[in-house]
Design a protein around this ligand. Structure first.
Ligand SMILES: O=C([S-])c1cc(C(=O)S)c[n+]([C@@H]2O[C@H](COP(=O)(O)O)[C@@H](O)[C@H]2O)c1
Ligand code: NI
Length: 374
């Protein structure tokens, strides 16, 4: 399992985050991403440079726009531009979802609808590139979990297209709702709307502790302050993670009700859920109901389990889970899952793809498997 810890104690902006993620890559991978970004908009050039911030070496992500031209201010215009990029579909969807968060915050601040929002700096080409680049990098790095530190906002005022605004700017403050943040001791805008929107969309957890790690990336911001204006990305690879088992026994629900509750838990994000027949107190035939979930989903799924079952208590068991590293690649039109770790390496065709072919050709899954493996 690969996880990232983003240290944002000098705030977060889109370009700083890109630089910090890029700084964790080897030279060949950096070149691949920069070249890809340079194909996106014909009048925009992207480069990765090296700088120092208060004596600390860091990467700097620079976007140069040949012609400033028209700024794409509506969310639908921005979606159209993103749809035209030659990047994986998932990265397009994530980029648009980050923009949707910004547009929702903007609409709330200005009392308008998402469709009518005017994005100024945030709709400019450099912001589009920053957000797309971060989404591309997070996909490329194949990260399973992102933890972000509390975010420093800075204080004072900032000049924007709307005029002079307090720091954090209104859109930033809106996006920061329910994210741990603090003012800090730096006068100036440390955190911008694009930075928070990216972290809000991607972070699975907010925590002040980074734990063990293998690699650190340094990404610089533009401004200079009395402290190094950088985001640090700590990369951690581990062959275990933590899951919760939410468990109870039930002796007073019908098969119909239990089946419904089980499907509900799966639909609400359980990693798995199952029912086991048991004989419990008073010699009652009953069922053990178990939901497996990530730590982030534990509280919500506990609430949902109380809502959809008759149980009066749920055991929340924290488990260390040994996991194999997995990657999915495509060959001859089917997805293949490759897993490795703990001295084992396996490859398996995704069963759903075998089913698809079996149904398309009206053959059995055994025949479809043989056909694919030939
Ligand atoms: O572009 C828009 S709509 C915009 C709205 C607001 C509000 O708070 S409302 C603020 N800003 C300021 O523009 C820059 C954008 O920085 P990014 O790194 O997010 O591109 C920043 O100073 C914001 O406070 C823009
Ligand atoms: Ni605004």
């Amino acid at each position: 399992m690969k996880s990232l810890y983003l240290e944002c104690n000098m705030g977060v902006a889109g370009d700083m985050l890109c630089a910090s993620l890029l700084d964790t890559l080897n030279e060949k991978d950096k070149e691949y991403i920069i070249n890809k970004l340079n194909t996106l908009l014909c009048d925009v050039t992207v480069s990765l440079n090296t700088t120092t911030k208060s004596g600390i070496r860091a990467s700097k992500f620079d976007v140069t726009i040949k012609e400033s031209g028209h700024t794409h201010t509506s969310i639908s215009e921005i979606y159209k531009i993103i749809d035209g990029f030659d990047i994986p579909q998932k990265v397009k969807e994530n980029t648009k979802a980050v923009y949707k968060l910004i547009a929702e915050a903007e609409s709330k601040v200005h009392g308008t609808t998402v469709a009518d929002v005017h994005l100024h700096e945030v709709g400019a080409k450099d912001a589009i590139i920053d957000i797309t680049a971060c989404c591309l990098l997070i996909d490329y790095l194949q990260i399973d979990k992102i933890v972000c530190s509390p975010i420093a906002t800075g204080f004072g005022k900032v000049k924007t297209a709307h005029g002079i605004m307090p720091v954090p700017a209104p859109a930033t403050a809106e996006l920061l709702s329910s994210i741990p943040c603090f003012t800090g001791d730096i006068k100036g805008e440390l955190t911008t709307p694009t930075g928070v929107a990216l972290v809000k969309f991607f972070a699975n957890e907010f925590s002040a502790s980074n734990g063990e790690y293998e690699k650190v990336g340094y990404g610089a911001g533009t401004k200079n302050f009395e402290k190094p204006n950088i985001i640090r990305t700590f990369i951690k690879e581990s062959d275990t993670d933590t899951v919760f088992e939410l468990r109870c026994q039930i002796d007073d629900m019908t098969g119909e009700e239990l089946g419904y509750a089980l499907n509900k838990m799966l639909a609400l994000g359980a990693k798995d859920a199952y029912i086991k027949p048991i004989v419990m107190k008073k010699s009652r035939p009953a069922f053990e109901f178990t939901v497996i979930c990530s730590p982030a989903d534990k509280d919500e799924l506990t609430r949902q389990m109380f809502k959809h079952t008759t149980t009066l208590g749920i055991r929340q068991i924290e488990c260390v889970r040994a996991i194999l590293d997995r990657e999915i690649y495509e060959k001859n039109g089917v997805r293949i899952k490759r897993s490795h770790g703990y001295g084992t390496q396996t490859e398996k065709i995704e069963f759903d793809d075998i089913v698809k072919i079996a149904e398309e050709k009206d053959i059995s899954v055994f025949e479809a498997r043989k056909m694919i493996e030939k």
